[in-house]
Ligand binder design. Structure first.
Ligand code: IVH
Length: 667
């Protein structure tokens, strides 16, 4: 089938626009269109490439969703070895580094560039004639692994450069942001899969997936920090090179600074000692590089590392302490989680007295016994972990931790499903599961009931005032003030908060039920698809799997949940209390002045983001579409409009500016 000219053009335009939005979103950190519009363009591109396979190219942004499953990773010989950095651990060592640099340069003045040392894994990206042709891991420094297809799914990595360059190899760090790491582990915990110990391992694991679609779902990011090989323009300094790389479309860390003195460098390092915990990604130090490339060449390399750079490692976030006990807690899905209770110790500015042990396998693998002296590690706001047992400190009095065969709360025999690391209490009526289920029900992302913390819930359960989350809605003022530490005012606030929660959107209610495998996103999708809790409760597995995002495992879990007697009781209580069980469209039309009108947006508006403009149009009954056709009523053009403006003019569609748009809204 030959490709019609307008299709060819549309594909080119879509690719250009998608990459432009990627650049705005990932590199400049300032998206200009709503996510849905981006998704729409991507879907359209994929659809056209499927219809006309001859149009597919290896650097099409459609590759970002992940291509075919691979059989393995080919070895890649690096053009120039990927070395590592020498380390310094304190001011004195840093000053020694500075003295060595000065003396090798015959006391010439030196400027330093200071960068954050991102805790991820080193990658190399090779571009030929502006196209990404190869992406690799560092490996042993000489030879790495070809992970091109996986790296293509990382949004911040340009598939094409924004300016022509004959040949360029850049180096940088691929990492997993803290938020993505926390979400990934929460999801894995829910599914009973082994957890990643830290964001670096998670990033490494994500890049070594044979199926690039898995990598695509892991929300990795990158910062590029240098050039390995360049056939292109001459440059004088590292800072200049970074600026150029940014113009080419690479994501460069915004906290990079140039200093003329070593004391300036030291002051800057010190500002990051505390501030680093506020970053959305983990850093394990700073990197100090000589800025002038001529000076870098004079300084050269040792066998392992450049003489013109060094890493400054932050003080240890590790500490030695003793495991006093190991205790098991039972979560709302019944998973038994072991926690180590430690002799309190200071780590990276806070006192640590517990560490997560995740599961039985990890205790065995790390060979942790009660009474052991261990090294713990705390990375910023991540929960501390035991990294190592100091077996040489054993006295013989240490005890093995015997993993319970019965649930510590209800005595039911625990089960470990095939292929899962987690051990579960299978009793759906287990009091621990009920309690944790209520904690979840009231949490922010669920029914968001303010003031109902674990302590109050535990008291309510002990006093027999509630048996499940449904009972919260029949609590009385007189019941509450009988509880410890609850006065009249807080009792009244609590009742108000409980009453308010009846109006939560259906998606939040579905999430609040705590059905295994149903996270926030799936809950929203279910709410939208079924429209009411009652309909969802009656859905069959076939009907459920028809919903995008719902797989057979989730479908089975939902059906099972709605068939359980205690859950049916809970639903009855919620319904009779008047909790909202319908999916109400929250947007109410302000007026209908734009009913039936379609708009195409192009360029940047002064007073609205794209999302806001879309909202006000939709509130008035109008629609926003992404491409201009004869049927389009208006093209709203802001500053620097794209080709849509030309198209509108060609087709004779009315073009309006922001002023005119405001007038339309005020009618
Ligand atoms: S420069 C010749 N800059 O730290 C080595 N490295 O051993 C040049 N890293 O695994 C490396 N952030 O991947 C440099 N801003 C940064 C960095 C950085 C993280 C990693 C790098 C390597 C290790 C250095």
């Amino acid at each position: 089938m030959s490709v019609p000219n307008d299709v060819r053009k549309e594909v080119e335009e879509l690719r250009r626009e998608i990459e432009e939005h990627n650049y705005n979103y990932y590199v400049l950190d300032s998206p200009t269109i709503p996510d849905e519009q981006y998704d729409w363009m991507m879907r359209r591109l994929i659809q056209l490439e499927e219809q006309y396979p001859q149009l597919a190219t290896p650097d099409s942004p459609s590759r970002r969703v992940g291509g075919r499953v691979q059989e393995g990773f080919k070895p890649v010989k690096h053009l120039v070895p990927m070395l590592s950095l020498g380390n310094t651990f304190n001011e004195d060592e840093l000053k020694d580094f500075h003295r060595r640099v000065r003396s090798a340069l015959n006391d010439q003045p030196v400027e330093y560039v200071v960068e954050l040392k991102i805790d991820g894994l080193a990658i190399s990206l090779l571009y030929e004639n502006g196209r990404l042709v190869r992406g690799a891991t560092r490996g042993d420094g000489e030879t790495g692994e070809d992970i091109t297809e996986n790296l293509k799914t990382v949004g911040s990595i340009p598939l094409k450069l924004r300016q022509p360059v004959p040949r360029l190899e850049v180096r940088g760090e691929a990492y997993m942001p803290k938020e993505a790491f926390a979400k990934l582990n929460a999801q894995r915990e829910e599914r009973g899969e082994p957890l990643f110990a830290n964001p670096r391992n998670a990033a490494a694991g994500s890049l070594r997936q044979l199926d690039p679609k898995v990598t695509a779902g892991r929300h990795l990011s990158t910062f590029i920090y240098g050039i390995g090989h360049l056939e292109g323009p001459e440059m004088d300094s590292h800072a200049e090179a970074l600026q150029w790389l940014k113009e080419l479309g690479f994501r460069i860390n915004p906290h990079i600074k140039v200093f003329k003195t070593i004391s300036g460098v030291i002051d800057y390092l010190n500002t990051w000692l505390e501030k680093r915990f506020q970053l959305p990604y983990v850093i394990d130090g700073m990197v100090i590089k000589v800025n002038s490339l001529a000076q870098q060449r004079r300084l050269g390399f040792t066998a392992k590392s450049p003489r013109w750079a060094t890493a400054f490692k932050f003080p240890a976030e590790k500490a030695k302490t003793k495991v006093e006990d190991i205790k098991i807690s039972v979560g709302r899905t019944g998973v038994l989680t072991p926690t180590a209770y430690l002799t309190p110790v200071e780590v990276a500015g806070s006192t640590v007295s517990r560490a997560v042990l995740h599961n039985e396998d990890i205790i065995k693998k790390k060979n942790i016994k009660i009474g052991d002296t261990v090294v713990i590690h705390k990375a910023g706001d991540v929960i501390p972990e035991v990294v190592e047992v100091l077996t040489e400190k054993r006295t013989g009095r240490e005890r093995d931790f015997i993993y319970p065969e019965k649930c510590p709360e209800c005595g039911t025999k625990v089960v470990r499903e095939e292929g899962e690391a987690a051990v579960r209490c299978p009793n759906p009526y287990c009091p621990a599961r009920t309690r944790e289920g209520i904690f979840h029900f009231v949490s922010r992302a669920a029914m968001d009931i303010d003031g109902l913390g674990p302590a109050v819930i535990t008291q309510l359960l002990r006093a027999g005032l509630i048996h499940d989350a449904g009972d919260l809605y029949s609590l009385k003022f007189d019941d509450l003030i009988k509880l410890e530490r609850i006065g009249e005012k807080s009792a009244r606030n609590l009742l108000n908060a409980i009453a308010d929660s009846k109006q939560r959107p259906l998606g939040q209610l579905i999430f609040a039920l705590g059905i295994r495998h149903v996270g926030q996103t799936a809950a929203k999708k279910l709410a939208k698809h079924f429209g009411s809790l009652e309909k969802l409760a009656l859905a069959t597995e076939e009907e459920l799997v028809a919903v995008p995002e719902v797989g057979p495992k989730m479908a089975e879990s939902i059906v099972r949940w709605f068939n359980r007697e205690n859950n049916i009781k809970l639903l009855k209580k919620l319904i009779s209390a008047g909790v909202n069980t319908k999916n109400v469209e929250t947007k109410k039309a302000v007026n209908n002045s734009l009913a039936g009108k379609s708009f195409v947006l192009t360029g940047t508006l002064k007073n609205y983001t794209r999302k806001e403009a879309k909202e006000v149009i939709e509130e008035r009954g109008g629609r926003v579409v992404s491409s201009v056709s004869k049927k389009t009523d208006y093209v709203l053009a802001g500053e620097n409009p794209g080709s849509k403006l030309e198209k509108a003019q060609q087709l004779g569609v009315e073009v309006i500016d922001e002023e005119k748009f405001k007038e339309l809204l005020e009618v």
